[in-house]
Design a protein around this ligand. Sequence first.
Ligand code: PAF
Length: 286
Amino acid sequence: MQTVHRIAELRALLAGRRQAGERIALAPTMGNLHRGHLQLVEVAKTLADCSVASIFVNPMQFGPKDDFNSYPRTLEADSRQLAAVGLDLLFAPPVAEVYPQGMDNTTRVEVPELSHILCGASRPVHFAGVATVVSKLFNMVQPDVALFGEKDWQQLLVIHRLTADLNFPVEVVGVPTVREADGLAMSSRNGYLSAAERTLAPTLYATLQTAAARLQAGERDYAAIQRDACAALEQAGFRPDYFEIRRADDLAPPEERDTELRILAAAWLGKARLIDNCPVKAPAPV
Ligand code: PAF
């Protein structure tokens, strides 16, 4: 595995691979890797000849009250894990390489419809930061295919949308969420949980599954299902941010006739803001 920190080095290496006719896959990450990230690399290797991962804790996607300063930075351990799964190229730029003019004066990418609902309602700058850095990474790496985890379903839709709107010639692929044995979605922020909170944390996924089962059984009172889920989370010690049943492909509130749904939730448990989601194929109304 080669590691580069500068855009010019990255471009020089990738130009050679592209000239040799190789297909390039990109797995963007913020590091502090877990099995979910390594799965992105595993999938990347099946879809391309040259697998690239980026590690960049992107300041633009953190609000003033978010955890940018404390976000775990573990480049050495991450590099060892990426080498062990057979990654070809790691790109780990410093902040000044990505935002040479500083963040305030840089061009931004906004995906209006999807960015200010759900997670965007409580994290107003988040998705513009994600959309901007992903657009920049697409231009730096120029991948044929890029992999993103489905745990961040709203992020995945934002990235699909910006890719279409800005005509990036990149195939965006969602990779299913990797879970711990008890159902908790893998996340770098799970590290913020105390031992007691860690035992409670799988309740988030269990609550999503309970709601999914009600929808699959034909219930259509979305508000009641959402209310019950928030109550169950509060009962278990969470502070729910939202628990919403939405249309899977555009996150609009569903009509009764919609069958391709996604349930999305965010809830605080101690210092950790956990997010998760699950797909539901609801029966067509009779
Ligand atoms: O999902 C993440 O880790 C980040 O939001 C991403 C896509 C790497 C952009 O910084």
